[in-house]
Design a protein around this ligand. Structure first.
Ligand code: ATP
Ligand code: MG
Length: 413
């Protein structure tokens, strides 16, 4: 009986830890390892083949004339890591840059039956290609209750496709333009931005908001509120507010000491973040007002010229303009000159032509995909940074924004 039991390996493995069970386990483990290695080799070979095929298909290759005829040269694959994520090193062909692969990344990934592809510089002419089964920006994330103490600290803008956080310090000289279709996440992004900034001693959140949601009521009783105009009941009031800001800017410019061309923000001389929510709507509302009396300027012209002055001269004396629009057409932003002044630009879901309009021709490749982007996904251009796709944080309910402003913003004395 004992001998029979030993010859039944499954029972032996379960019921006893004898020599046969150990032998059986190590044999099955070795066999599984060998099978796995064989499958890995087959997969690696398949990857080399589909990579070469995909590169040829999207034109990331070069035709070389040899003695035996024309051959196609594609970026050569080096070490492969099965992941996840599946990744491999690639040696770029001479003259090729990592951006040349990124530009056709989506088409390459789809040809290889993956959802996305990430190009990470590795060393010299080598880059690492990471194949992703899902868009890394698919998952929404919240914004911790973080608030900066000064405009020199950086606020969180979002997280890019590499999982890197993107930040921006408002003390850095940059006006900000946000565009995006209805419901694409502009206001939510602005909620996150302002809730991070509202508690800084050397910042005043000013501006005009015809919707009355971003500015206005949430700031009642705070030091920021006197510098804000909300709602559509008094459109001329928006012009007056912007003119008040221009007058302050002029005062600051005139008071700059000799041999100084830039004002350092401080609690007594705060940096003004001038938010213009739905600015094209404000211009439309101002344009619909009745004609001014003889000798008076039209409200729309007053708004446009104040906006232009803040954009062109405000930078030196701590004024930063943040403009939100559904489409950043030159006309809608107060002219082509005005639009050119924005250094930090974010586009939420917009059609391809609008994307290119704000970010230039390098954004063309992203155009098709970005036209159907989920709310909260933006294309970001910033000085010194390559164009990036990012997901911005989501604050949640509107009441949460109101609560954060109420708890962090300094109250009026
Ligand atoms: N970062 C985000 N993550 C997830 N969902 C978001 C995000 N931002 C916005 N949303 C969703 O999209 C909806 C619309 O967002 P939001 O009001 O910010 O759009 P908008 O671009 O300001 O639109 P409008 O032009 O109409 O003012 C939100 O109510 C929310 O459900
Ligand atoms: Mg909005």
């Amino acid at each position: 009986m004992t001998a029979v039991t030993l010859l039944r390996p499954r029972d032996a493995a379960v019921t006893a830890d004898g020599w046969f069970a150990r032998l059986w386990r190590s044999w099955t483990a070795r066999r599984a390892r060998r099978e796995h290695e064989r499958e890995c080799l087959v997969f690696a070979e398949h990857l080399r083949y589909v990579w070469r095929d995909a590169c040829e298909g999207v034109g990331a290759c070069r035709m070389v004339d040899t003695a035996t005829g024309m051959t196609v040269r594609t970026p050569k694959i080096g070490r492969i890591v099965l992941g996840p994520p599946t990744s491999f090193l690639v040696e770029l062909i001479p003259g090729q840059e990592p951006q040349d692969i990124t530009r056709v990344g989506d088409r390459l990934a789809h040809s290889m039956c993956f959802e996305r592809l990430r190009v990470v510089p590795y060393a010299g002419r080598w880059v690492r290609i990471e194949l992703l089964a899902a868009d890394p920006l698919d998952e929404q994330f919240g914004l911790d209750r973080i608030s900066v103490r000064t405009c020199r600290e950086r606020v969180l803008l979002g997280v890019d496709e590499h999982g890197q956080e993107l930040h921006h310090a408002f003390a850095g000289a940059a006006h900000v333009a946000l565009q995006g279709q209805n419901g694409s996440g502009k206001s939510q992004f602005a909620y996150g931005l302002l809730s991070q900034l509202a508690g800084a001693d050397d910042v005043r959140i000013a501006g005009s908001d015809i919707t009355g949601l971003l500015l206005g009521r949430p700031f009642d009783g705070t030091v920021h509120r006197p510098w804000q105009m909300a709602g559509t009941a008094d459109i001329e009031g928006h012009a007056l507010l912007l003119e008040r800001l221009v007058a302050l800017m002029d005062e600051r410019l005139a008071a700059l000491p000799e041999r100084v061309d830039k004002l350092e923000p401080s609690p007594s001389m705060p940096l003004f973040v001038v938010v213009l929510e739905e600015f094209p709507g404000l211009l439309r509302a101002a344009g619909a007002l009745s004609k001014p009396a003889r000798g008076e300027r039209a409200v729309i012209d007053r708004i446009k010229s104040a906006n232009l002055r803040l954009l062109s001269e405000g930078r030196k004396v701590a004024f930063r303009v943040v403009t939100l629009a559904q489409r950043a057409e030159a006309e809608a932003l107060g002219g082509g000159f005005a639009r050119d002044q924005y250094a930090l630009r974010l586009s939420f879901r917009v059609p391809g032509d609008s994307l290119e309009m704000l970010h230039g021709p390098t954004a063309r490749e992203l155009g098709e995909r970005h036209g159907t982007a989920e709310p909260g996904i933006a294309v970001v251009s910033a000085p010194g940074h390559e164009l990036a796709r990012a997901r911005v944080p989501y604050l949640g309910e509107y009441a949460e924004y109101c609560d954060r402003i109420a708890t962090t913003a300094r109250k009026e004395p």
